[in-house]
Write a protein that binds this ligand. Structure first.
Ligand code: HPA
Length: 279
């Protein structure tokens, strides 16, 4: 088996989803660890367990339910992925990003990506929401780019531009929504590591030195694939834990999930406001 996925595999997944829903979503939303609660507010929901979709990489992580919820939210038809898969689970980068390819073939034009992230910026606290203004594709630079392999020219060109990976207009909408709702919105650069081990204090000092504000194990591959296909992106990080730059506290997955409780209402408010105002 090669790492890559083919147009045929993508379109088999698309055909299966079409057989399960008559809705035609234009906005895709990927929910990060502990943030799945946003899917509960979708109206007229068609729910598809991702385990049933051909070629779909199953999510094995606690806090990731593994289903697609397609329905209505704030005047938009949305497709919500509850439970993404990650590189550290053993999937290739191409498998990890299959959901984005499927969304693109389904006609999705805007992708809202959310994640749980560790603070690298010293002022960020657990429970903060960070608007992602740019990313560092650290593992991509090291060779783990989801576009490696034959170029799928149906989506885009061999060497896609990443100068504005996070849509400036959508960033402005998110800022406005947060301001109207009285939610403090941090801003910064997200760096993606392979995981699953958390960072050492020296890792974190390095990440700070190269310009990262938040660190996680997802999102960047999805955004690269989204931009290859010219899908517009809004990225939001829920800060779940402080960076442990001096090594005197532990980072745990339980902590990440617990922060989700505080973050879900804020993230939900921003995403709902965004959907209302994007039109
Ligand atoms: N590091 C990496 N990934 C994460 C973290 C972290 O501290 N918190 C949530 N995801």
């Amino acid at each position: 088996m090669t790492d890559w996925i083919t147009m045929q595999e993508i379109d088999e997944a698309v055909a299966f989803i079409h057989s399960r829903t008559a809705q035609r979503p234009r906005v895709g939303i990927i929910l990060g660890s502990g943030l799945g609660g946003l899917a509960d507010v979708i109206a007229e929901a068609d729910i598809i367990p991702t385990a049933e979709i051909p070629h779909w990489p199953a999510s094995t992580v606690q806090g990731h339910a593994g289903r697609l919820v397609i329905g209505r939210l704030e005047g938009q038809t949305v497709l919500v992925l509850q439970g993404r898969s990650h590189y550290y689970e053993g999937y290739s980068m191409q498998q990890v990003t299959l959901p984005v390819r499927v969304m693109q073939r389904l006609g999705i034009e805007t992708l809202v990506v959310t994640n749980a992230a560790g603070a690298v910026h010293p002022d960020f606290e657990p429970g903060d929401v960070m608007l992602i203004t740019d990313h560092i594709a650290l593992i991509g630079m090291a060779g783990l780019n989801p576009l490696r392999g034959p170029n799928l020219s149906e989506f885009g060109e061999r060497f896609p531009d990443m100068s504005q990976a996070y849509d400036r207009q959508w960033q402005a909408v998110a800022r406005q929504v947060a301001q109207e709702q009285g939610i403090v919105l941090r801003e910064g650069v997200y760096v993606c590591l392979a995981g699953p081990s958390f960072e050492t204090p020296a890792d974190l000092r390095f990440l700070r030195a190269i310009g990262a504000d938040a660190v996680g194990m997802s999102t960047v591959p999805e955004v690269i694939v989204a931009r290859h296909g010219r899908t517009r992106v809004l990225g939001l990080s829920g800060i779940s834990n402080k960076a442990n730059l001096n090594g005197d506290a532990e980072t745990t997955h339980e902590e990440v999930l617990a922060a989700g409780q505080v973050l879900v209402p804020k993230m939900t408010a921003i995403v709902r406001g965004f959907l209302r105002q994007m039109a």
